[in-house]
Write a protein that binds this ligand. Structure first.
Ligand code: GLC
Length: 811
């Protein structure tokens, strides 16, 4: 036994790797094998996607999963070869090599890269019982697969986590909890479980989804530097390998399998404000008024639990909110939407129809003895809907009418780990029964799904109640695939500088785990914020896909004006910048919806070959055109920034930098280190107090020319509804090529949507001297030089246009 192996497996847990396999047969791209009483399947679902399933003890082959959105894959060409006890299953892009004695599987691609290779000695198999028998339910075996760490392999992703971006050397646990306040790097699990690891190996990427909703643990080269291990305390052993080799290809396939974020309503990109709680109608109106009076943009106000009658879900407290419909419609006239919180716990109360209806229909989770399972949350004693049942989800979805009829625009699902009060911060015991749709399961089998299924019920309910609108569902808890139902916020962070710093890797890993539409509470939830922290938090927060300031009961107020100047002006300026960035952000959302590319992304996503940026997590990219390097320490005005290959321009000063370069950026309050990639058109809208206040007219295309070429494909549509699925969108590619002069090409508009706009404004900084301008070959002299900024106004037209700018003699 080598030194590397001596630490595995854990002594005494009875792990037995699968032994010799027999071939049972092949069905298209699926090979079926048998190892004793275990059935094993290896399938190529797509050229760069394989699925492995092992079903012990004669269990039937079954891949049903809440993680998986796509089950029907188009047939692909595969070739199968058998030679000297080895099998291979090849597509045009990758090969699964299977040795039969003993059964071991590894993957490779035509470049010779080997990845996700079973450890020769340990392979995959089953261990002794971690979970006891419950009643007649047999104890389940631990399922486990050991993979060799590839050459130079580094691990990322794994969903919502504390700590840094890189997860090599860690042992992440996948078990949803409501963690204690003060999330620290040592916390091994939070509210969300996404058992997906994104690997980078000498510039090439691959991914592995371990699809198991039991308590799962990965060991990512922690116990043994050459091995990783993926295990769960029960269920079948099912995993998917995404072959890449680019980060984009991994995310595209991962999100094709598990689903992509829905198109957001445009307003969801606006600034959002929350507090536990804006407790009554006058308070809500006052907050809304402050935003408008102070000229700080805001689209959404969140109502936390105090809007309810005694915390009974789907009710209103009529003393504090006597007429929600009027309130919400008046706010709406002023450009605000309202999002309301919903918790899963239903107050046990004989006079509360939601409770009695659920009880009469047997919709709640049960104790093992068949009683209604109860525990405490905000309202006191509660029962908990069993969201694994389709009828329960439909019923729950229908109840959202109580909120939607009042005009509520979006739903915020909270406490859905589920988080329970007895004992404090508990979740359900493992033996609670989810009756399901006639297929009862124990809580320990489905625990990690509770949040996803509650969000799904809300999402589907809203779709039925408001078929013309795009649902906005925010959730705290979820499992892999949750992104197709809801966006995430990262729960109860604290008003600490450390949590501002932690937010950066946290969101980057969520982006690498398919859950790109996410955000942290700006300013921090627990503890008291202060002006400098809020200003710096907001400088970062406006670049999050979900931009919301939220804080806990008992903390000092934290609205953008709460700390006076200079914090208020910094917040205003940054939120105004977010509003101007909406055309860019919306395009990134659509890209994410269509391809899975994260909106807020780590540098490694765009520069996987650059080892300097691999683990860098104190800066990030928004799309590919903006690099953001927030200040995350008090009293600091300068920070180190790494600019990867290419030419970058400082957003505030226009200063040019040629990457790769390490620079010291001056980032005083209100001027966070922000860089724009040369030649990549950055679409900016006008200033607005809220989305939809006015058309995006003019649309500014900010372009910093430097030798080379860049491109951006702007996406627009109605901002809500589903017309885009029938072609009612506008996509337009805009490129900029700089050599002897600057040539900007606006492609013809694709799609039938016609933006309400008269003018496109090209703004080119760093152009001190202009020799002349031609549009479609014709001389154009209505340009303006504003200092060294060239400004050209074009009318919005559907057709293509070419703009050529000649440098002047000084240029
Ligand atoms: C939970 C949520 C928090 C919310 C509070 C009261 O702690 O995470 O966002 O404000 O409950 O509903």
């Amino acid at each position: 036994m080598t030194e590397a192996h001596s630490k595995w497996p854990r002594a005494g847990d009875g792990y037995e790797p699968l032994g010799t396999a027999e071939i049972l047969g092949r069905n298209g791209a699926t090979l079926r094998l048998k190892v004793g009483a275990t059935t094993v399947e290896i399938a190529a679902l797509a050229e760069d996607l394989f699925r492995v399933g092992a079903f012990p003890h004669g269990k039937s082959v079954e891949y049903d999963s809440e993680a998986v959105a796509k089950t029907a894959w188009d047939p692909i060409e595969v070739s199968v070869a058998e030679q000297a006890g080895n099998l291979s299953l090849s597509t045009s892009k990758a090969t699964a090599r299977i040795s039969l004695n003993p059964l071991r599987i590894r993957f490779s691609d035509p470049s010779g890269r080997v990845f996700a290779a079973d450890d020769e000695r340990l392979g995959m198999g089953f261990a002794g019982r971690d979970e006891p028998a419950i009643g007649l339910c047999a104890p389940e075996a631990v399922v486990r697969v050991y993979k060799r760490r590839g050459r130079g392999e580094r691990y990322f992703g794994c969903g919502e986590r504390t700590g840094g971006l890189e997860k090599t050397g860690s042992r992440p646990l996948f078990w949803n909890i409501d963690p204690p306040a003060g999330h620290a790097p040592s916390f091994n699990n939070l509210y969300v479980s996404i058992p997906f690891v994104f690997s980078l190996q000498e510039g090439a990427a691959h991914g592995l989804l371990f699809d198991n909703t039991h308590r799962a643990v990965f060991d990512l080269a922690r116990t043994n530097a050459d091995l990783s291990c993926f295990e769960a305390t029960g269920g079948n052993l099912i995993y998917y390998v995404f072959c890449g080799p680019t980060p984009r290809a991994v995310l595209a396939r991962y999100t094709e399998l598990t689903g992509r974020i829905p198109m957001p309503p445009l307003w969801a990109l606006g600034n959002q404000q929350s507090r536990w709680s804006y407790r009554d109608e006058p308070h809500v109106r006052r907050v809304a008024r402050e935003f408008r009076d102070r000229d700080i943009p805001c689209d959404v106000i969140h109502l936390d639990i105090d809007y309810m009658d005694g915390y009974r879900v789907f009710t209103w407290d009529r003393d504090r909110f006597p007429n929600p419909k009027t309130l919400i419609s008046e706010l709406r006239k002023d450009g605000f939407r309202v999002v309301a919180i919903v918790d899963p716990g239903v107050k046990v109360d004989e006079d509360y129809p939601v409770y009695t209806e659920g009880r009469d229909k047997d919709f709640y989770c049960q104790t093992f003895e068949g009683e209604e399972y109860r525990n405490t949350v905000w309202p006191g004693l509660c029962a908990f809907p069993d969201f694994t049942g389709r009828r329960v989800r439909e019923w729950w979805g229908r109840h959202h009418a109580a909120l939607l009829d009042a005009g509520v625009a979006g739903i915020w699902c909270d406490m859905n780990e589920p988080a329970l009060g007895i004992p404090e911060r508990a979740t359900m015991p493992p033996d609670v029964v989810h009756p399901g749709d006639g297929k009862p399961r124990l809580h320990r089998q489905v625990h990690n799904l509770y949040g996803t299924l509650m969000a799904r019920a809300a999402h589907e309910g809203i779709r039925r109640l408001r078929p013309q609108s795009r649902p906005f569902v925010l959730t705290r808890s979820g499992y892999a695939g949750v992104q197709r139902h809801a966006l995430l916020w990262t729960g109860d962070n604290s008003s600490w500088w450390e949590h501002l710093a932690m937010a950066l890797p946290q969101l980057q890993n969520l982006g690498l785990s398919g859950a790109a539409w996410a955000g942290v509470d700006i300013g921090g939830f627990y503890d008291d914020c202060n002006g400098e922290l809020l200003a710096r938090f907001t400088e970062f927060g406006v670049f999050q896909p979900f931009c919301r300031n939220h804080s806990a009961k008992g903390t000092i107020p934290q609205e953008p004006w709460a700390f006076g100047e200079p914090c208020q002006s910094v917040c205003r300026k940054m939120i105004q910048l977010r509003m101007r960035l909406i055309p860019y952000l919306y395009t990134l959302f659509e890209e994410c919806h269509r391809t899975g590319a994260p909106i807020l992304r780590p540098l490694l996503f765009e520069y996987p070959d650059d080892p300097t940026s691999d683990a860098m997590d104190d800066q990030f990219l928004l799309g590919s055109a903006l690099l953001v390097a927030p200040v995350t320490r008090p009293g600091v005005e300068y920070r180190y920034v790494y600019l990867p290959a290419g030419t970058w321009f400082h957003y505030w000063t226009g200063e040019r930098f040629d990457g790769p370069a390490h620079i010291l950026a001056h980032a005083p309050l209100g001027q966070p280190a922000l860089y724009v990639k040369a030649n990549t058109p950055l679409p900016l809208g006008p200033s607005m107090s809220h989305t939809g206040e006015r058309p995006i007219d003019p649309l500014t295309l900010l372009i910093y020319p430097a030798e080379g070429r860049g491109e951006f494909a702007l996406y627009e549509d109605a901002g809500d509804g589903f017309g885009y699925r029938k072609g009612a969108y506008a996509r337009r590619s805009i490129s900029c090529e700089t050599g002897d002069g600057v040539t900007i090409r606006l492609g013809a508009r694709e799609g039938t949507f016609v933006p309400e706009r008269r003018e496109i404004r090209l703004e080119l900084p760093g152009m001190p001297s202009i020799g002349g301008v031609k549009i479609n070959g014709e001389t154009f002299d209505r340009y303006r030089s504003d200092g060294d900024r060239l400004v050209l106004r074009l009318s919005e037209q559907a057709g293509a246009a070419t703009v050529e700018v000649c440098f002047g003699s000084a240029g």
